[in-house]
Design a binder for this molecule. Structure first.
Ligand code: ATP
Length: 258
């Protein structure tokens, strides 16, 4: 059966700096994220997880290699088309929520539509907030909401444009375990083949419990894919991660820099 990929990386390298100070954050990484799947990306600190996410989402351009999202080769897109792809077909959720503190939950959630020059319909925004369990909180500002509630506003904002791919960078990193569960269930519920188009989630996390919500875990070490695990359990993921952390620590030169 032919697998349809929502996101594909082909020999993607991303290096920072030059000469002595050059750091290869991603080293010829090839990976496919099937349409409708939920993938967690894990690995020791500095292994390249955020860089992979940023390259896959078109937030950063790779030094070499090819990234395809929703059938488009990102490098071939002019800046304007890339902006439209990011705006209309991709959603982002970050660890730090990134809400606008002076705006209400409703205004924050409707912001992508406003930025696209569309007047956000109140009913649609309220429905998006209700979908994440925030009915009755529409007029609250971020400071009046808990961390978990703020992240749910951020999810409503990410989903308001009906994206095909949701990228999440440590979405539960700042949350307690109960709020984390709520957020992870929302991400899990978003991913899938149902609806007009399959919906795909790619999530970077440090937390094996969070990774166990995914269909598949991709492990990075030293900027390369080190392993993959289907139908992950938190225990299995924790054990694999501990092994990779040991290998990375053993391989690191004194002083730590790669
Ligand atoms: N803008 C940058 N300039 C220079 N080096 C960078 C930059 N961004 C990342 N790096 C380096 O690239 C490597 C990979 O970083 P990245 O943030 O992708 O790792 P990570 O796995 O997400 O780490 P963590 O789990 O600690 O967040 C690291 O060695 C990091 O120091």
């Amino acid at each position: 059966m032919l697998i349809e990929y929502a996101v594909r990386l082909d020999a993607v390298t991303r290096a920072y700096g030059t000469g002595e100070g050059r750091v290869v954050a991603l080293d010829a990484v090839s990976a496919g994220f099937p349409a409708g799947s939920f993938t967690a990306v894990m690995g020791p600190s500095g292994s390249g997880k955020s860089t992979l996410l940023h390259c896959a989402a078109g937030l950063e351009r790779p030094s070499s290699g090819r990234v395809e999202v929703a059938g488009s080769d990102l490098a071939a897109l002019p800046e304007r088309r890339l902006t439209l792809l990011r705006r209309d077909r991709i959603g982002f959720v970050f660890q730090s929520f990134n809400l606008v503190s002076s705006l209400t939950a409703e205004q924050n959630a409707g912001l992508p539509l406003r930025l696209a020059g569309r007047r956000p319909g109140r009913a649609a925004v309220r429905a998006a907030l209700a979908d994440v369990g925030l009915q009755g909180r529409e007029r609250h500002r971020p400071a009046q909401l808990s961390g978990g509630q703020q992240q749910r506003v951020a999810i409503a904002r990410a989903l308001i444009t009906g994206p095909e791919v949701l990228f999440a960078d440590e979405p539960t990193g700042a949350l307690d375990s109960s709020s984390s569960r709520t957020v992870l269930r929302l991400l899990r519920g978003f991913a899938g083949a149902g609806g007009a188009r399959p919906r795909t989630v790619v999530m970077v996390t440090h937390d094996p419990v969070a990774a166990a919500y995914a269909d598949r875990v991709l492990f990075l070490a030293d900027g390369r894919i080190a392993d993959a695990m289907d139908a992950p359990s938190a225990e299995g993921v924790a054990a694999r991660l501990a092994g990779l952390e040991q290998d990375t620590a053993a391989a690191a030169p004194a002083g730590g820099a790669r």
